[in-house]
Write a protein that binds this ligand. Sequence first.
Ligand code: ATP
Length: 237
Amino acid sequence: MLLEAEGLELAYGEVPACRDVSFNVGEGEIVTLIGANGAGKTTTLRAVAGAMRPRKGRIVFRGKDVTRMPAHERARAGVALVPEGRRVFPALTVRENLEMGGFKLRREPKRLAAQFERMLQMFPRLRERAAQAAGTLSGGEQQMLALARALMSEPRLLCMDEPSLGLAPLVVQDIFRSIRAANATGTSILLVEQNARYALETASRGYVLQTGRIIAAASCAALKEDPRVKEAYLGRR
Ligand code: ATP
């Protein structure tokens, strides 16, 4: 397994957010965590990226216990996070944003340039906009940029938080196509989504979080047929 999380207990001060959360992501997989607002998805993703330290449990990445490894070291080890709400640097150009994402390649200019070129091939719209300030891009383009910026570091595991948030359905389809394209180049993906329909179409396996606990874990095909998932997250038919 690329990532294994076991028995995570996560809290904000005295306020518990997640309990006994265990899941894993295999090499090359797209795995999704779905659940309602406030279920603990973002919190779990933050723990994987190292932005939050679990009270209990452990996180193993590429066979190494990283539970206490700080976020910047985890990033260097190959975990990238695309946070909710995109958060590109609005005053910097698209090119500068991407260069920041490739920070760890800064001493290898050829590799950095090659990776930059790969991103522009994967996201042609960003090539057209390379010299433009990121803040002037549309929401969908900013999400593309946030994704491309994370990919600049050549991560082994990409953690994506709510990529569909606030975007029109057609744009969301583009984003999910890009997520699959990134996965096809070998990056494993942990996808947090409130929109279960999109998530279950994109991932191969999924976990359902409800009030801080995992209540179901199965292939996405099976989750789509699970009555609890159908009723709570896919809408009654
Ligand atoms: P959303 O889709 O709204 O982001 P989520 O499933 O990602 O939902 P989390 O954001 O992980 O849920 O929140 C899990 C729980 O932790 C919620 O009860 C939430 O109120 C609480 N929580 C989240 N962030 C904080 C914080 N900074 N301080 C205190 N409690 C928090």
